[in-house]
Design a protein around this ligand. Structure first.
Ligand SMILES: *Cc1c(COP(=O)(O)O)cnc(C)c1O
Length: 477
């Protein structure tokens, strides 16, 4: 971190911008039309109507000059492409695991692993679930069981590793149930609890525990870049990122990742320590993904991932996201806006149960805040609360452990003044939070409803919020 003579700590970009994209900030009248047309679901907004897109960090990270130039020399062959071997070798070099299979994105890896290992009645322990992971496991008849450490669900904490597994509870569970467990899953940069890391120490202890029961451990490394940064800063100051990565990876039998996040490109893949696991999964790649030397990815993207994985080993590059997120979290806290602490990776998370305590979880407060924030700012966030859950088998709502609005900061995309604008509008919205009301579904898909379900406001609260905006900002956009 750079120290300043005149300022407090302000994050400093270790890159310069060489290609830009024009942004649109449409007037609030048009934003009200757009969010209504989108069924109050920010996934259904058209990007042209969005000013700052903080929906996700998936597939929208800025690429480097080196990635773009590598894409130009991609070797386009259906089978045996040189590009593929470059990627395979890079993954092998970085993780130190021998075998690799390509897949078109993270959930495709989950599909292959769930079909191969999960059967009816199986239990899959993990630190915390991710939406697509859980859907694949339950689709194959399995059940997810979570063993996140207690502080992981505490939204305001200074615990450095909120993504850790509670090993005592896991051990007690395995003593009884280990025969029904196909593998234990660990998620890096634990997404749904605010991009929170686990420690290298926790992973090593988990390895010992699973050895006792002869169990495989699977690492979801999609958000590994942030997790590596936190291990480096909080646990292993004297080790290089490469050393940390190797040591961490050696604790796992299988590592899969979404290259929409890890590697700043688009794609995915699965690494295996053991040949027999690789052989068991191999046949599903040509069936679902594509031939073994592309797995549904374009050769251009594979070249970009190869370079992107190397760039993930550079502290200057992987620190950019977390330091901007910390700046945003600190600024919001100065104005008493409830946010998840400590600041994690992937984005800034607003604590909606404190932001909108007057909206019951059955009216999807995080979805309401996503809709309201877009309306008053053009900033698109993502609901991460009850709307993102799946209903219980009996049709009742599964209320989320946490109600969050995630404002993802895709890596190297936004500038300081854009972050300041966002903070300003969130602070205004917080002051006017009592104007925000509930939502109800008018179209509710059964699986992954948050992606394309449509909702409408339960009252005329959007009109009231619109009027207050006009009163306070007059002719400002
Ligand atoms: C995004 C993500 C996935 C799914 O990856 P896709 O490429 O979007 O299919 C899986 N696990 C985690 C932790 C993720 O963040």
């Amino acid at each position: 971190m750079i120290k300043y003579h005149t300022f407090d700590n302000i994050p400093l970009e270790m890159h310069k911008v060489r290609i830009v994209q024009k942004l649109n900030l449409i007037p609030i009248e048009d934003r009200l039309d757009a969010i209504t047309k989108a069924g109050n679901n920010t996934f259904l907004l058209e990007n042209n109507d969005v000013f700052l897109d903080m929906l996700t960090d998936s597939g929208v990270n800025a690429m480097s000059d080196k990635q773009l130039s590598a894409m130009m020399i991609a070797d386009d062959a259906y089978a045996g492409s040189e590009t593929y071997y470059r990627l395979e070798n890079k993954v092998r070099e970085i993780f130190g695991l021998e075998y690799f299979l390509p897949a078109h994105q993270g959930r495709a890896c989950e599909n292959v692993l769930s079909i191969t290992y999960v059967k009816e009645g199986d239990l899959v322990p993990m630190n915390y679930h991710f939406t697509t992971t859980k859907s694949h496991i339950t689709n194959n008849g399995g059940e997810v069981v979570e063993f996140l450490v207690e502080e992981g669900l505490n939204l305001n904490s200074d615990a450095p590793f909120k993504g850790n597994m509670d090993l005592e509870k896991l051990e007690a569970f395995l003593n009884v149930n280990h025969k029904s467990v196909p593998f234990v899953r660990m998620e890096a940069g634990t997404n749904l609890i605010g991009g929170q890391p686990f420690s290298l120490d926790n992973a090593k202890k988990l390895r010992k525990l699973c050895d006792k029961f002869n169990l495989k451990i699977v690492l979801d490394a999609s958000l590994l870049a942030d997790n590596l940064y936190f291990i480096k800063m909080r646990e292993c100051k004297n080790k290089t990122i490469r050393e940390i990565t190797r040591e961490l990876a050696s604790q796992f039998d299988i590592i899969y990742f979404s290259a929409r996040k890890l590697g700043f490109a688009k794609g995915g893949g699965i690494s295996f320590k053991h040949k027999e696991d690789y052989e068991r999964c191999k046949g599903l790649i040509p069936l679902y993904e594509g031939f073994l030397t592309y797995g549904g990815m374009s050769v251009k993207e594979m070249e970009a991932i190869t370079i992107g994985l190397d760039e993930t080993m550079d502290l200057d590059i992987i620190s950019q996201g977390p330091i901007f997120i910390k700046y945003m979290v600190d600024e919001l806290q100065k104005h008493s806006v409830p946010v998840v602490t400590p600041a994690g990776g992937l984005g800034c998370h607003l604590d909606v149960s404190k932001f909108l305590p007057h909206i019951p979880q059955t009216e999807y407060p995080s979805g309401c805040l996503a809709s309201a924030l877009y309306l008053i700012s053009g900033v698109r966030g993502m609901e991460r609360g009850t709307m993102s859950e799946q209903r219980n088998p009996d049709g009742t709502e599964k209320l989320a452990d946490m109600e969050l609005l995630r404002l993802a900061l895709p890596r190297r995309v936004f500038t300081m003044s854009q972050i300041k604008y966002t903070v300003d509008r969130i602070v205004w919205l917080y002051k006017n939070r009592n104007l925000v009301g509930g939502l109800k579904f008018v179209e509710e898909p059964k699986i992954l409803r948050f992606f394309y379900g449509r909702l409408e406001p339960t009252t005329d609260w959007q009109t009231k919020l619109f009027n207050k905006f006009k009163e306070d900002f007059e002719d400002s956009l």
